[in-house]
Design a protein around this ligand. Structure first.
Ligand code: FES
Ligand SMILES: [Fe+2]
Length: 479
């Protein structure tokens, strides 16, 4: 059913209350397909999936299929529809059905449409039409039969596409978020592993499980337990005076009393848990360095010892990774110049969690009103010139598979049941905390901005302020 831009099926009227129908209603889903997805920047592939000239990969989402190709003139993207009668000329049957990712190399073969054999080179120029004389001349103008280009920008080791030629640039859309991640070396990291799962939940239900730290104490009790000394600042919301203090600086600053050695042991324990649960967030090679330094000579006063230990860990990680030939930023310098509180979001469906030099990243795509494809990557630096095995497709697992790291598995355990709960007749809206669940509200109101057809410059300004970590407050937007 076609939806009309401007008529939002279930708008957010009260920023602290999000109507539940937005998570399952067919019309709302349709409105997103028509008025949100075709106008936003979408992470389409990691660049290491297309290392050589001619390498291509299909990105399919929300009814669109785009082919991303590495050419002699950089990365290009094309709408995956033959200019003759619309058949996808590459891939075309993947994401919705098998969740696999079509890829190949077209340097020699070009693209060949399977239906009547029209051909194109990697730059999208038509090179062959079978029986040209059978067509009116005007049907065969180059503009008519070359592949339709799609906007693409490369950033952060990824290709991002946008179906809207008038949307603001990637840089205008993410501004400070992009700056912070660049300072943390996002452009140089590579994928180490890549998992995927289908969750029986709306894509927003899944995204929102990562937008606050308020769930940590109940959902990931092992994280809160390992760090009792800093619970006050990081995961205890009962008494907090400043909300959602999850930056490393805040956690360190809160650790003023107790035994220095014990405190360091707890911080190390948290890194170890994160390393098992989230891999790239605290990479094993970084944790190993922190473990070695846990025995270093340090003052007895934890207020001095803990920052000193973190300083040593940051310095040593920087030094040793550079020694291995990794192009990493100076961990301590960047923590001061461009602090990141655990997570940064690229609206609408991609986010990254950097701590030292490695990161976890997540991408979520809708597969219908109540299903989504959820992917996670562990990203790290690789020494210059070192062979590195690149995962070309996600390893697909059931969402409750024991093969998933513990932390995402704990998150996945809530998401499907929450989706069910939203259908309860006794539940009408998400009741948000205005201090720590603001990101959820901000996201929904930017979605409504798209559905209403708000000026895209204004929407870009709003996505600029989405960053800054978990637990943001509800923000005011001028639309
Ligand atoms: S549809 Fe592609 S050649 Fe006919
Ligand atoms: Fe979580």
């Amino acid at each position: 059913m076609a939806t009309i831009q401007g008529e939002i099926p279930f708008p957010v009227v009260d920023p602290e209350r999000i109507p539940t129908q937005r998570y399952f209603d067919e019309d709302f889903y349709e409105a997103e397909l028509e008025h949100l997805w075709p106008h936003v920047w979408q992470m389409a592939c990691r660049l290491e999936q297309i290392p050589d000239v001619g390498d291509w990969v299909e990105y399919a989402n929300a009814g669109a299929s785009i082919i991303i190709v590495r050419t002699n003139d950089g990365v290009k993207a094309f709408h995956n529809a033959c200019r003759h009668r619309g058949v996808p000329f590459a891939g075309g049957a993947t994401v919705d059905s098998t969740h696999s990712i079509a890829h190949g190399n077209c340097a020699k073969s070009g693209f060949v449409c399977p239906f009547h054999g029209w051909r194109w080179n990697m730059d999208g120029e038509n090179t062959f039409v079978y029986g040209k004389h059978l067509f009116s001349e005007r049907q065969l103008d180059a503009d008519e039969i070359n592949l339709r280009p799609c906007r693409v920008e490369t950033w952060g080791g990824c290709a991002f596409i946008n179906l809207d030629d008038n949307a603001p640039s990637f840089r205008d859309t993410y501004g400070p978020v992009a700056d912070r991640l660049e300072a943390h070396g996002v452009g140089n990291i590579r994928s180490e592993w890549w998992f995927g799962t289908v969750l029986p939940a709306n894509w927003k239900t899944a995204m929102e499980a990562f937008m606050e730290g308020y769930h940590v104490k109940s959902t990931h009790p092992q994280l809160a337990e390992v760090l009792p000394s800093t619970i006050e600042a990081s995961y205890e919301y009962e008494q907090a005076e400043s909300f959602g203090a999850t930056s490393l600086a805040d956690i360190i600053a809160s650790s003023k009393s107790g035994d220095a050695r014990e405190m360091i042991r707890q911080h190390l324990g948290l890194m170890e848990l994160n390393s098992v649960g989230m891999a790239g967030m605290h990479h094993a090679k970084e944790v190993e360095i922190a473990r070695e330094l846990a025995e270093a000579d340090l003052p007895d006063d934890p207020a001095q010892a803990l920052p000193m230990w973190y300083g040593m860990v940051g310095d040593e990680i920087t030094r040793r990774m550079r020694e291995r030939g990794e192009n990493v930023p100076d961990v301590n310098a960047v923590a001061m110049s461009d602090p990141v509180s655990a997570v940064e979001f690229c609206f609408p469906h991609y986010f990254m969690l950097p701590v030292f030099t490695s990161m976890s990243s997540y991408r979520i795509r809708p597969l219908g009103p109540e299903h989504c494809l959820f992917e996670l990557w562990s990203l790290t630096h690789v020494p210059e010139g070192e062979e590195h095995e690149v995962p070309m497709e996600p390893t697909m697992l059931a969402f409750d598979s024991a093969a998933f790291p513990a932390i995402p598995r704990q998150d996945y355990s809530n998401i499907p049941i929450q989706q069910k709960g939203m259908h309860s007749k006794g539940f009408e809206f998400m009741r948000l905390s205005k201090y720590v669940e603001g990101l959820v509200s901000n996201y929904h109101r930017i979605i409504d901005g798209h559905l209403k057809g708000v000026d895209q410059g204004k929407l870009a300004k709003a996505t600029n302020v989405l960053g800054g970590g978990f637990d943001g407050p509800i923000k005011e937007f001028d639309f």
